[in-house]
Design a protein. Structure first.
Length: 168
């Protein structure tokens, strides 16, 4: 995955619309399906929990299918990019201990993975206005830069490939 420049205002606007649209669609589908099931299969006891639950599950599946189909629409470009970036960073986080240990030993691949992780996290946190931990990230980046310089490694987040994680 290559890091891309994202227009923050466009991303936030599209994310909000996708979120609100998904929530409204989920509510409408859930209520509609539940009411249809209750009308078709009434319960003499008046308990319709199972039909309501089935309506919510079916609504969630329909919204998920809709988002999946709209994934390649130009409106979704920034939102899908951020979703995919979060998935990549999550995969790195699961192997962070092994990657950091290998980087301390001078492993160039581990350093490139960390560089991508730090660059992606910085971009993600700036897009989401989560600047509370930016100082910690800057300290880690400085530590990585010093480590790379000590081992003669040139860091480049663009060199990251998901297959690099298979080693750890």
């Amino acid at each position: 995955m290559t890091l891309q420049d994202i227009d923050k205002s466009r991303y936030r606007r599209h994310l909000n619309r996708v979120f609100i649209g998904s929530a409204l669609a989920l509510a409408a589908f859930s209520l509609g399906i539940s009411q249809l099931l209750i009308a078709l299969f009434p319960d003499p006891d008046g308990s319709h929990f199972h039909w309501n639950l089935l309506g919510v599950v079916a609504g969630a599946l329909l919204v998920g299918a809709g988002l999946s189909r709209l994934r390649r629409h130009p409106f979704m470009t920034e939102v899908v990019y951020v979703w995919e970036l979060k998935q990549r960073l999550n995969k790195i986080s699961r192997k962070r201990r092994q990657v950091e240990a290998a980087a301390q030993q001078g492993d160039e691949t581990a350093m490139q993975v960390l560089q991508f992780s730090y660059a992606g996290s910085r971009q993600l946190w700036l897009l989401d206005d989560n600047t509370l931990v930016m100082d910690e990230l800057a300290a880690r980046q400085t530590e990585l830069n010093n480590l790379a310089q000590a081992h003669g490694v040139t860091l480049d987040a663009e060199r990251y490939d998901e297959s690099m994680l298979e080693r750890f």
